[in-house]
Design a protein around this ligand. Sequence first.
Ligand code: GLN
Length: 200
Amino acid sequence: MVTGPRVGVLALQGDFREHLAVLAGLGADAVPVRRERELDLVAGLVIPGGESTVMDKLSRAFGLRDPLRARIAAGMPVYGTCAGLIMLADRVLDALPDQQTLGGLDVTVRRNAFGNQLDSFETDLAVPLFGGPPVHAAFIRAPVVEAVGPAAEALATLDGAPEGASGRVVAVRQGNLLGTAFHPEITGDTRFHEHLLSLL
Ligand code: GLN
C-alpha cells in the first residue's frame, strides 16, 4: 500500500513514465497529471524532459497553463528536468517565437545549448547541496542556465566536460522550485527527487 505523499508528474509529453517510476520507488503516491482536477490533488509536481515547445502548446490546449502558474505562485514544490527546467524559467533564449513558459525561476535558459555535435553527453557533477558522491548526469539536447537572477541559486555547474563548457550552470533552485538541465531519472540518481519529496 502506498502511504507517501501524492506527487504528480506532468504527463502531456516527454519521459514522464521514468519519473513516475522513480517517485514510486521512493514511496510516493506518484500519479500522472493531464487535467486540472488531477493537478488539484497533488502536493508536488515533476515537469519531465521532452520538448518544451510541445509541452507549452499542450499545457495551453489542456487548460493547464493558468492552474499550473497559480499552484507555482502558491508555493507548490516543483522539479523541472531539461524541458521542464525550460518551462519553469522566467526567460528563454532560442525559444520559438510564440513559445511561453510557466515561469517561477528567476533564470535565463538557452534551449539546445550544446549544439548538434554535443547533442547528448554524460558527466559527473558535484552538487554541494547533497554532499556525497557526484551526480552522474545525462544531458539530452539540453538547455543551459545562461544567467541566474538574484532570486535564484545555482546548485551545480559543469566541471571539465564537455570541453569549453566548464562553469556553466546546470542546476538551480528558488524557494520550492528546483530545475536541472539534465535527466537524473535515467541514470539512477534519486537525490533530486528525494529533495523534492523533502519539500512536501
Ligand atoms: N531541447 C528540448 C527543448 O527545448 C529539451 C530536451 C529534453 O528535455 N531532453 O524543450
